[in-house]
Design a binder for this molecule. Sequence first.
Ligand SMILES: NC(=O)c1ccc[n+]([C@@H]2O[C@H](COP(=O)([O-])OP(=O)(O)OC[C@H]3O[C@@H](n4cnc5c(N)ncnc54)[C@H](OP(=O)(O)O)[C@@H]3O)[C@@H](O)[C@H]2O)c1
Length: 278
Amino acid sequence: MISSAQQQLTPITIITGGSEGIGKALALEFAQGGFDLLLLARNQHRLETTASEISATHDVKVLTFKCDLTTQDSGRKIVTFLELNQHYCQHLINNAGTGLAGTFAKQDEGEIQQLVDLNMRALTDLSRHFLPDMLERGNGGILNIASMAGLLPGPYQAAYYASKAYVISLTKALSWEVWGTGVQISVLVPGPVKTKFHARMRARSELYIKFGAGISTQRAARMGYSGFRCGKCLIIPGILSQLGAVALKIIPHVLLMPFMAWFLKARIPHKPKSGDRF
Ligand SMILES: NC(=O)c1ccc[n+]([C@@H]2O[C@H](COP(=O)([O-])OP(=O)(O)OC[C@H]3O[C@@H](n4cnc5c(N)ncnc54)[C@H](OP(=O)(O)O)[C@@H]3O)[C@@H](O)[C@H]2O)c1
């Protein structure tokens, strides 16, 4: 039963990492669909620029909240912000994610922990927090952003590939659990997308960077949004990625591993940790 206090709240779509890249493109799709937005990211300036761009072209409310999702108390802060602004989470778009290139044994331990916290812990905590209310209301849903990387092991990006496998597995299982409740849970599984993501993980000399063209953020987001709204659980944008996903089911991983290692290995060794995000 929804209490009268809960009935006063108005719905909002939360997009983690909504300030740029795929998250920004998804924000534009949800705005186009008429949904009010709450965009989350660490850089306040980029958040505000994106919010102004969306508000200028769409008749929706766009709120921003600066937060680092790798910190343990970020979930509580988001919930407090929602309560103060009299909103409830109608859609949760778990988009923020980070990658890490290089040999696992030589990677910075803190950076691995941040990847685990952002790609898996924050996504899990936010989903666990907002899902019960969605189920009680019998509508809304969660769209997780995974990657084709989650469909196989990735030597030289081991933790990133493993984190996306977790996201795909979790989403498929939850989608089964909520079947028939009116709540939708989907996962978007893109191949390469043209954003600054790969440069940020300091992948520059790898063959996949040289040969992987990548689709636009708009295309990935449009397919993610329409698949989610149509009730699809697994959304793979683009015919090439769809064919790739079929091939990955047929070809044994033991045969794929040498190819993936060749494709993902840096030709020039990675420099140790740098502060190139800002
Ligand atoms: N690009 C690709 O080729 C590709 C392919 C498949 C899947 N994906 C997945 O798609 C998602 C989005 O990727 P993208 O390419 O759009 O990345 P991006 O361009 O690097 O954007 C990442 C977004 O996440 C935010 N973010 C990063 N760390 C954060 C943190 N600790 N707390 C809160 N927000 C944080 C960033 O803003 P701030 O830096 O201001 O925090 C930014 O808004 C990721 O999950 C990625 O794994 C990407």
